[in-house]
Design a protein around this ligand. Structure first.
Ligand code: GDP
Ligand code: GDP
Length: 454
C-alpha cells in the first residue's frame, strides 16, 4: 500500500505539478453598471452577489472559478472605473491593459441599451491592439426587440456582438460556448519539459524600490524583453544575466509601469502580485528598511507563503538606516518574520548597490532547497533515529508510531508521515525543524503532513 502510494505520488510529481493544472483566465471588462457582476454571477451559477451599487469601488473578491461543459476556468471581474475621475480615458486604457496582460481571454461587456460610449471606444482600441482573443457581449438584451440595438456594437471593430441578458440568463449559454471555443486548451505550462531560465518574482508594496532594484540588476546587462512568444498569455518578462546565468524576472511590465498612479492601485497590485507569484519559482520580497514593517508587507509575505514558492526577503534602502539603529532593526526584523524563520534575508541598497551581489546567491540557495529530494531510505533512517531519541508524546494512553515516511513532492518539499495515531502539531513542527537542520531547506517552505493508518 505504501509502495503504491509512493509510486502514485512519484508519477504525479513527474511534471512537478498537481493534477489540477493552471486554468485559463478570463477577464471581464467594461464600464460600471453594464452588468459585469450580474454576468459573472450568471456564469458561476451563483446568486450570492458581488453586485455593488457604487461604481468604481474596489471589490474584495475578484476571482471566481467557472465551469462550462466540463471545462474549468478562472474568471476575473476587473471592476469598473469611476466615470467622474479626472483623466478618465487614460485610466480606462490602463485598466484594460492590465486585464489584457492578466488574461488568456477577454470578455468585454457593453450595455446594449446605452450603445457605444466614448469609454467603450477607448477600451475597444486597447483590446484590438492586444491580439488577445476577445468576446464582445452585448448585455441587457432582455428580449428580441433589443437584439437590433445590439447590432450597433459592430462599430467597435471587435467582430460580432453577442446579445445576452445577464439578468434573465437569455443566451448566456451561447455566450459561454463562444468563450470556450476561443479559450486556449491550457494556459502555458508553468514547468516546461526542459527548464528555461529560472523565474523570479520581484514583489513588494509600492515605493520599496522594485524598479530601482530591477534597473540596478539589469543595468547594461539587460538582454531582452521577452513577450513569451508562442503563448497567449504574455506579460512582459525581462531576461537578465546575473552571476553568469540568465534569469527570467516575471511581469516586469507591472513594475516598470507606475501602477500606483492607477485608480484602485492596491487592487491591481494585489492581483498582479498573485499572478507574478503564480508564474514564478522564487519570490524576492522587497521591504523598506527605513520604515516600519506595515500590514501590506506582511500581506505580501503571506501571499508568498500561500503560493508555496521559495523566498528571499530583501531589506532595501539600507543606506538610510544609521549604524545605531541597525542592531535594533535586526532584532525587530527577527520578531516580525517569526512566521517565516526559514526565509533568506539580505540587506541591500538598490540606490548605492550595496550587497546587491548577495541577492543571486540567496536566490540560488532558496531554489536549491526548494528542489531538494531526500531519498526515502535516508529519510527513514534519519527519522527512526530521531523518533527513538524523542518519541511522539503519548496521547489518550497510546503512543502513536511513525511507520514510514516519504517525500511526496519537491518545489516545495512535502513530506508525508504514515502513522498509527495522531501526531500533535508541536511534534510535527519539531520534525520539520529537525528535517531542516539535517537536510538544509533554507529559503524554502517545507510541509510535513501525516496519514493515519487505522
Ligand atoms: P457592473 O457594475 O458592470 O458589475 O454591473 P452590475 O452587474 O452591478 O449591474 C448593474 C445594473 O444592471 C444592475 O442593476 C443589474 O441588475 C442590471 N443588469 C445587469 N444585467 C442586466 C440585464 O441583462 N438586463 C437588465 N435589464 N438589467 C441588467
Ligand atoms: P517601486 O515602486 O517599488 O518600483 O519603487 P521605486 O524603485 O520606484 O523606488 C521608490 C523610491 O525609493 C525612489 O525615489 C527611489 O529612488 C527610492 N529608492 C529605491 N531604492 C532605494 C535605496 O536603496 N535607498 C534609497 N535611499 N532610496 C531608494
Amino acid at each position: 500500500e505504501l509502495a503504491e502510494f509512493e509510486e502514485n505520488e512519484r508519477g504525479a510529481g513527474a511534471q512537478d505539478e498537481p493534477d489540477t493544472g493552471p486554468m485559463p483566465v478570463v477577464a471581464v471588462v467594461g464600464r460600471p453598471n453594464v452588468g459585469k457582476s450580474t454576468l459573472v454571477n450568471r456564469i458561476i451559477g451563483r446568486r450570492e452577489a458581488v453586485v455593488e451599487d457604487v461604481p468604481g469601488v474596489t471589490r474584495d473578491r475578484v476571482t471566481y472559478e467557472g465551469t462550462w461543459r466540463g471545462r474549468r476556468f478562472t474568471l476575473v471581474d476587473t471592476g469598473g472605473w469611476d466615470p467622474d475621475a479626472t483623466g478618465m480615458a487614460l485610466r480606462i486604457a490602463e485598466q484594460a491593459q492590465v486585464a489584457v496582460e492578466l488574461a488568456d481571454v477577454i470578455l468585454f461587456v457593453v450595455d446594449a441599451t446605452v450603445g457605444v460610449t466614448d469609454a467603450d471606444e477607448v477600451v475597444a482600441s486597447v483590446l484590438r491592439r492586444s491580439g488577445k482573443p476577445i468576446v464582445l457581449a452585448a448585455n441587457k438584451v432582455d428580449d428580441q426587440r433589443m437584439e437590433l440595438e445590439a447590432t450597433t456594437l459592430w462599430s467597435l471593430g471587435l467582430g460580432e456582438p453577442h446579445p445576452v441578458s445577464a439578468l434573465h440568463g437569455r443566451s448566456s449559454g451561447d455566450l459561454l460556448d463562444i468563450l470556450l471555443e476561443i479559450m486556449p486548451e491550457a494556459p502555458p505550462q508553468r514547468f516546461a519539459a526542459e527548464r528555461g531560465p529560472r523565474r523570479v518574482a520581484l514583489v513588494g508594496k509600492p515605493n520599496v524600490g522594485k524598479s530601482s532594484l530591477l534597473n540596478k540588476l539589469a543595468g547594461e546587462e539587460r538582454v531582452l524583453v521577452d513577450p513569451m512568444a508562442g503563448t497567449t498569455r504574455d506579460p512582459v518578462d525581462e531576461l537578465v544575466e546575473l552571476g553568469g546565468k540568465t534569469w527570467r524576472f516575471v511581469d516586469t511590465a507591472g513594475i516598470r509601469r507606475r501602477e500606483r498612479e492607477l485608480q484602485g492601485a492596491d487592487f491591481y497590485a494585489g492581483m498582479r502580485t498573485k499572478a507574478a507569484l503564480e508564474r514564478s519559482e522564487v519570490a524576492v520580497v522587497l521591504i523598506d528598511a527605513s520604515e516600519v514593517l506595515t500590514e501590506q508587507d506582511l500581506r505580501i509575505i503571506s501571499m508568498v507563503i500561500e503560493s508555496g514558492r521559495c523566498m528571499v526577503v530583501a531589506f532595501n534602502k539600507w543606506d538610510l538606516v544609521d549604524e545605531d539603529r541597525r542592531y535594533y532593526l535586526e532584532k525587530e526584523i527577527d520578531r516580525q518574520l517569526v512566521r517565516v524563520p526559514w526565509a533568506l534575508r539580505v540587506n541591500i541598497s538598490a540606490k548605492t548597490g550595496r550587497h546587491v551581489d548577495r541577492l543571486v546567491p540567496a536566490i540560488e540557495r532558496a531554489l536549491d532547497s526548494w528542489g531538494t529530494r531526500v531519498p526515502t531510505a535516508r529519510l527513514n533512517a534519519f527519522l527512526s533515529e530521531l523518533i527513538a531519541a524523542t518519541p511522539p508524546p503519548v496521547r489518550g494512553g497510546k503512543q502513536p508510531k511513525i511507520l514510514f515516511a516519504t517525500q511526496a513532492s519537491v518545489e516545495p518539499p512535502k513530506f508525508v508521515l504514515f502513522t498509527s495515531g495522531f501526531l500533535e502539531e508541536t511534534y510535527r513542527r519539531f520534525i520539520e525543524r529537525r528535517l531542516r537542520e539535517e537536510f538544509g531547506f533554507a529559503g524554502s517552505p517545507v510541509e510535513v503532513t501525516m496519514r493515519i493508518r487505522e
